[in-house]
Design a protein around this ligand. Structure first.
Ligand code: 3UK
Length: 568
């Protein structure tokens, strides 16, 4: 497609607009009139080096990811295929497209959205959340999707950092957003969905025609700002382009998951988490499949949903798979073919339990908000015990030492990754802590994970670099000790961290949740220690064991080790 085609839609600027026009000549092909995101990208010299070697990653200079995912689906003849499934009904590709178009009109015609404006999205996984996300893309806005559990303070930080101008929010989650609004002066246009009021989003959208003149964005126009669920410091916004959204669909799913049009996706990650944006929305639609959107899921209700909707692909975190393995026998899971685990390391004990219960070999994959989605993974056939997988087609990986030089196979170091997507923090000094700006790994994303690569290019997760336990001079990986303990029949869940110790600097300490029917006794603690010594090198065994009711976890299922290190 020629450059600057369809300028008509790019130049649409309603009277109420506050958007600034890009300086003539500068960024001539952007569709953004509000250039905030572009102006706050890191300097190009600090971007990761991108690679687009695969034939499927040759993208045009102009693309809008919603057009690629939705309008294209209709061109392919998928209008009457089911796109979204929920406990209350279903919606076809045609209906989803029309609803996204109507909401895009509300954003532009009623709420004064100008391309490049930031739109905060707040809702659980439901069809309006999905339609709103596409509407923002179509209107050339930038989606700032937020986790449902965030409070006013966190919403204020995010809205301030991303200079959010508009918000679309599920009525049931209105309270915290309303509490944040007085502290968000630039956030002037807000609408609620699943709301009965006459100017609510549902009614406003219903009054619009189901067509929309899509904004002809550049492939490198920012489409979303995803905030990391980091544990310390101010939240970091990662900026991803329209092209990045399509690239994530054309990498991991194509080479590892291999979805087919009849597939039904199901799972837990929120659409506000890029793991969920891919697995619960973009991947199914890219491949003509459908997705089950359910607002709140437990391991038991996820199994029920798989049975009820005959889901064939499941996306969730390791802790869910472990609990689902216990309950699987009570359900008919014949429809289930493939399961993807990400967010934290998948212990081999969990992989084996789930396989015994269902016959399914879980596909593990490491991804990050900074890199958008999964970059190291495997197919069920090419699994290697204890490994996350290999660098998937489209990405390259290496393990490097502190100077950025590659470590030889078998040696622990930092994981470095390059591919079609990568880290660009919004106005943040920490860009150079994720993308090496000097030395032999210059231009590589440094994920913060300690890994070992074997002779065949399989990568073995050790720990987050700052989670490695150093005890009496030994480097010990908490997740490795967790893996050993999880293989014991009494252990439901566990978290292993370094606890301060006068003599050894740190000792290995395990927080253990027992399965029902086991007593918290000194004797059992002793048995678990003996078990660990038999499974891994004895010096790694947990010198301290504390039994707890539950482990602290994030909304995305990640163990919060910093809270175990500093128990209240
Ligand atoms: C850890 C893993 C071992 C690892 C994510 C898939 O988790 C995602 O993004 P976040 O930004 O966290 C990234 C960090 O989480 N991690 C994730 N997956 C694994 N560690 N094995 C794994 N399989 O420390 C990584 O650096 O929250 C995952 C897709 C999109 C995502 N955003």
């Amino acid at each position: 497609m020629p450059r600057n085609s369809n300028r008509k839609s790019a130049n649409r600027q309603p009277a109420s607009s506050v958007g600034r026009r890009a300086a003539p000549g500068a960024a001539a092909c952007t569709a953004h009139l509000d250039t905030f995101a572009r102006d706050n990208l890191p300097p190009r010299a600090l971007w990761p080096d991108l690679i687009f070697e695969l034939p499927e990653l040759q993208y045009p200079e102009r693309m809008n990811c919603a057009v690629e995912l939705l309008d294209r689906a209709l061109r392919l003849g998928w209008r009457d295929r089911v796109a979204l499934r929920t406990p209350d009904g279903q919606c076809t590709y045609g209906q989803l497209l029309a609803q996204a178009n109507r909401i895009a009109r509300v954003l532009v015609e009623d709420m004064g959205l100008v391309p490049g404006n930031r739109v905060l999205l707040r809702g659980p996984n439901n069809p309006m959340m999905a339609a709103c996300w596409f509407a923002v893309m179509k209107a050339g806005g930038i989606a700032v999707a937020t986790m449902p559990l965030l409070r006013a303070k966190e919403l204020t930080e995010i809205a301030g950092k991303a200079r959010v101008t508009h918000a679309l929010c599920d009525r049931r989650l209105a309270a915290e957003l309303q509490a944040a609004l007085p502290a968000c002066p630039e956030l002037r246009a807000v609408k609620y969905w699943y709301a009965d009021e006459p100017d609510g989003l549902d009614a406003s959208a219903a009054a619009k025609p189901g067509s929309f003149d899509n904004v002809d964005t550049a492939a490198e126009d920012v489409a979303l700002i995803a905030f990391t669920s980091g544990t310390t410091g101010a939240p970091k916004g990662t900026m991803h382009f329209h092209r990045d959204v399509i690239a994530m669909c054309d990498c991991f799913p194509r080479s590892c998951l291999k979805p087919v049009p009849g597939d039904v996706f199901c799972g837990t990650p929120p659409l506000a988490f890029t793991f969920g944006l891919g697995g619960m929305l973009a991947f199914p639609l890219r491949y003509g499949a459908s997705t089950v959107l359910i607002e709140r899921l437990t391991p038991a209700s996820l199994l029920e949903a798989i049975q009820k909707f005959r889901a064939s692909i499941c996306f969730t975190a390791p802790t869910f798979y472990r609990q689902m393995a216990q309950l699987a026998r009570n359900h008919d899971l014949k429809s289930l073919k493939k399961c993807v685990s990400a967010g934290e390391a998948l212990p081999d004990a969990t992989r084996q339990l789930f396989k015994q219960a269902t016959g399914i070999e879980i596909i593990d994959g490491i991804g990050s908000t900074e890199i958008l989605h999964i970059f190291i993974s495997h197919t069920p056939e090419s699994v290697r015990r204890g490994a996350t997988g290999y660098a998937i087609p489209g990405y390259r990986a290496m393990v490097v030492d502190e100077t950025g030089l590659p470590c030889s196979p078998g040696h622990i170091g930092r994981l470095a990754v390059r591919g079609p997507t990568g880290c660009r923090y919004l106005a943040d000094q920490r860009q150079t802590s994720y993308v090496a700006s000097a030395g032999p790994a210059r231009g590589w994303n440094i994920t913060g994970d300690a890994y070992i690569m074997d002779d065949d290019g399989y990568y073995y997760f050790q720990a987050r670099t700052d989670d490695m336990i150093v005890s009496a001079g030994y480097n010990i990986s908490g997740p490795e000790v967790e893996g050993a303990l999880l293989a014991h029949e009494a252990v439901a869940e566990c978290g292993v961290v370094g606890a301060p110790d006068a003599e050894r600097g740190q000792i290995v300490k395990a927080y253990v949740v027992l399965k029902p029917g086991y007593q918290r006794t000194e004797a059992l603690a002793g048995l678990l220690q003996e078990h660990a010594k038999n499974v891994i090198a004895p010096y790694k065994y947990p010198r301290a064991i504390e039994f707890v009711d539950a482990l602290p976890r994030t909304e995305t299922g990640k163990l919060q080790r910093y809270r175990l290190r500093r128990p209240q």
